[in-house]
Every structure is written in C-alpha cells, then in structure tokens.
Design a protein around this ligand. Structure first.
Ligand SMILES: *Cc1c(COP(=O)(O)O)cnc(C)c1O
Length: 439
C-alpha cells in the first residue's frame, strides 16, 4: 500500500481560522464552509484564476465547487473583471434605475421564455422567498409543497427537510422557525409523482405552489426521472397551484436556458441566482406577467431591496451571461465532454479500488455518492457513507483537489477545466480511494 499523500502546510489558514472563530460562529459566514462534515481546517483563499484556487499558505487547488456554482467561466476571466472595474469607476451604487438592469433582463428573457417579467434581488434566498409570497397572493392559498433534500435558501418557510447544510449537519429543520410557519410547508419525496397526487387529493384548493429544484443539487446531484417534471407541470396546472422552478443552481449551468430548456418545462415562476451574478450577489424571480404585475408598485404584494439591481452586480452578470450567450455552442458541449471525462474517470478509479460508488451527473454538475445503490431521492442519498466521503475529501484536498466539503453538495466544472486538470484529478482520486476503506 502506498503512503498517504503528505498534508500541505496550512499554518496561515489555521491561524486565520482561529481569528475568524472570535468573530463568526464556527469561524464562517455560511455554515458548510466550516468543513465540519469532512474534518480538517478549511483553507482560507487568497486568490483564484481559471480553474485554480490559491490559499493563504500558497497551496494551489483545482476548484470543483466554483463558489458553490456561480463561477462557470472559471475565476477572474478578464472580460468579467474589466466589466466590474468599469462599473466601479462610475460609483458602486445609486439606488436608482440604470440601463444595465434592462440589458441583463433582456438577456435573461432571451434564455428563459417563461420569464416575461422579473425582479432583481441580491441572493437566491430572497428570490425564492419573494416567489413564494407572490404565489400565495396570486392563489389566495397558504400551503407550499417542496421536496425532501431540495434547498431553496434559508427563509423560514423553506427550511423543512432542506438538504444542503441541514443534510450535512443532520438537522431536520431549523430551530427558530415556529411550527405554525413550518406547518405551512409540506415536504414530499422527490421523483415520486404518486406522492404529489396524494397531497393534492388530501388538501384540495389550499396548495399555493410547488417549488422544486428541477435537478436536485443540494442533496448531491439527483436528476429528475423521465417525465417527472412534465407530470408535475400538468398536475399543478390542473389543481390551480403555481409551479416554481428554482433554477438558482441549474440556471445557465446545465444549458443557457437551464433545466427548463433541457426538460422543456414552462413554469409559472422561475428563480435564478449564482451564475446570473457572475460571482456578485444577484438573484432573480420572474415569470408570467399576470403574476409579476401583482408586485408593488403595480399591485399589493410588497417586495423591495436597497441594493437590488446593483450596478457592479449587473455588470458582472452581463459580462458572464453575454459571454455564455456568445459562446454557448462551444461552451456547453465542452463542459459536457470535460465533465463526462472527470466524473467517469474518477468512477473508474473507484471500481479499480473496490470502493462502492454511484455517480450522478447532468452536464457540468454531479456527485460521487459513496453508496453502491442508485440515488434517485434524498432518502437514497442519505444512505451514503459520509465518513468514507470525508476521508476521500481530505485525501483529495491534500493532493490539491478542492471538492465541495459535503456528500450532499454538487461538484461543478468550469470552462477553465481542461485535459490537464482532469488527468490530475483522476490521478489524485486513484490515490485517494486507497484511503477511503478505513484509516
Ligand atoms: C444556492 C441556492 C439557493 C440560495 O441561494 P443564496 O444565494 O445562497 O441565498 C436557493 N436555491 C437553490 C436551488 C440553490 O442552489
């Protein structure tokens, strides 16, 4: 048996983590960053370029989490950097409308025909919580249906069986959410159309909306079963409930038009985030005009934001989306090819090492689940051997491969990932699997 890869020096990161713990719970400003699920201290990042992150001690990593999704073009792509610099020179914020908002909106509508009108907000959380409010107002109903393992941000009503950090830390729902609020959200198993039919039968005329990650990313990557999303669309239409497709992760990721384009779904409302801001804080909720026009100042549904449509964020979004639009015909096939190579290459190393692994992937998002069985919903994802994942994660990190630090988060590739990065990743995995079986 070969010896373990040496652990790189991370003294500066360790010192920074101790300082950060004085100010931030767990030393972090978002919980999964703390690496609790995989063990070890999280490296602090100094800079990044292309597919590579550099930490505070000068160690380099190939980046497979891409800031949790936004960085589809890799880090610090010159046209994105220059767009932000140009915008910053004209002042960081006005709190009044700018041409940039119209520019980005035109691009979004071109990719998402279901979005007739929209609002910019500053995070995915804001987008989904505003979409829910609008759906409740439009239907005059209260109940929301979501799916186990789907994460839609951290608003009170959406933290029921919510995947992502909650799944990582084994928290069923958040403390501090009153049961009266949580009780208005029903969580059903994903990929199970009978379960949703039963819910509509049991609660006729009270379900305001069904919100879904069209491809789950926040329980690890779980694709929809053939026909599942179409059935959901037909059922919600029949029952007078709105279908909210949460494309915060999948939007511009799996196709220019997201999962709605891939699976030909025409939802009532769509939420976007992550890539649409090119690494700056942008969220979007939008959809059919008849619903969106119920927002203030046209209608009675209140929603607002001091920094919504911020000019720096719009500039980063326009630079990113216009680049994707101009190069879509090369970019998405390239991402498919590089992602297929790395996900299948690593899976083959697991077979060679005798490590049971199930690989799920749609385009450039995917997950290696440490379980021998298929993963089609959260319950099956939760059967993964998270301790084995933790050992794999540490062994990869020590060899300079940065995977998302949880079994229940999708890994992403960017356009900056090429043959060299893929070969290095597969070679590292071949070593890492030797330490998965026990240490
Ligand atoms: C990340 C994510 C959110 C939340 O977005 P934030 O910007 O972190 O608030 C919502 N929905 C999905 C599907 C996400 O992946």
């Amino acid at each position: 048996m070969s010896s373990k890869p040496p652990v790189p020096t991370r003294t500066r990161s360790q010192a920074l983590q101790l300082s950060a713990e004085r100010f931030f719970p767990g030393g972090v400003n978002s919980p999964v960053r703390a690496f609790r699920a995989v063990g070890g201290a999280p490296p602090f990042i100094q800079s990044a370029a292309g597919a590579y992150l550099t930490d505070a001690d000068g160690n380099r990593y190939i980046d497979y989490f891409g800031s949790w999704g936004p960085m589809i073009l890799g880090h610090a792509l010159p046209p994105v950097v220059e767009a932000i610099q140009r915008a910053a020179a004209n002042s960081a914020s006005f709190g009044a409308s700018t041409a940039a908002e119209v520019d980005l909106a035109e691009r979004i509508v071109a990719c998402y025909p279901a979005i007739e009108k929209m609002r910019f907000v500053s995070s995915g959380t804001e987008a989904t919580m505003s979409a829910i409010r609008l759906a409740r107002a439009a239907t005059r109903r209260k109940i929301i249906i979501k799916f186990e393992g789907c994460y839609h941000g951290h608003a009170d009503g959406l933290l029921v069986k919510a995947g992502s950090g909650l799944a990582t830390f084994g928290i069923p729902g958040s403390a501090g959410v009153p049961e009266e609020v949580a009780g208005l959200t029903h969580a059903l198993p994903y990929n199970d159309i009978a379960a949703i039919e039963a819910a509509f039968d049991a609660h006729p005329d009270v379900i305001a909306a069904v919100i879904i990650e069209p491809i789950v990313g926040n329980a690890g990557c779980i694709p929809p079963a053939p026909g599942y999303l179409a059935a959901l669309r037909a059922l919600t239409r029949r029952e007078g409930a709105l279908l909210i497709v949460d494309e915060v992760m999948t939007g511009f990721r799996v196709a220019l038009g997201g999962a709605c384009q891939l699976y030909e779904i025409d939802p009532d409302l769509i939420t976007l985030g992550k890539i649409v801001g090119g690494g700056l804080p942008v969220g979007v909720f939008g959809g059919k005009r008849k619903y969106m026009d119920q927002l203030a100042p046209l209608g009675p549904v209140y929603q607002a934001g001091t920094l919504s449509g911020n000019p720096l964020a719009m500039a980063a979004g326009i630079a990113t989306i216009s680049y994707l639009q101009a190069h879509a015909e090369e970019i998405y096939p390239q991402l498919e090819a590089t992602s297929k190579a790395v996900f299948e290459g690593v899976a083959a190393e697991a077979v060679a090492a005798g490590v049971p692994l199930t690989t799920n992937r749609v385009g450039s998002m995917g997950t290696w689940f440490f379980t021998p069985d298929p993963v089609t919903n959260y319950e099956e994802a939760a059967k993964s051997d998270t301790a084995a994942f933790g050992r794999f994660h540490r062994a990869m990190l020590d060899q300079g491969i940065w995977l998302p630090p949880s079994q229940f988060e999708a890994a992403f590739l960017s356009t900056a990932h090429g043959k060299e990065e893929i070969a290095a990743t597969i070679a590292a995995a071949s070593q890492a699997f030797k330490f998965v079986q026990g240490e």
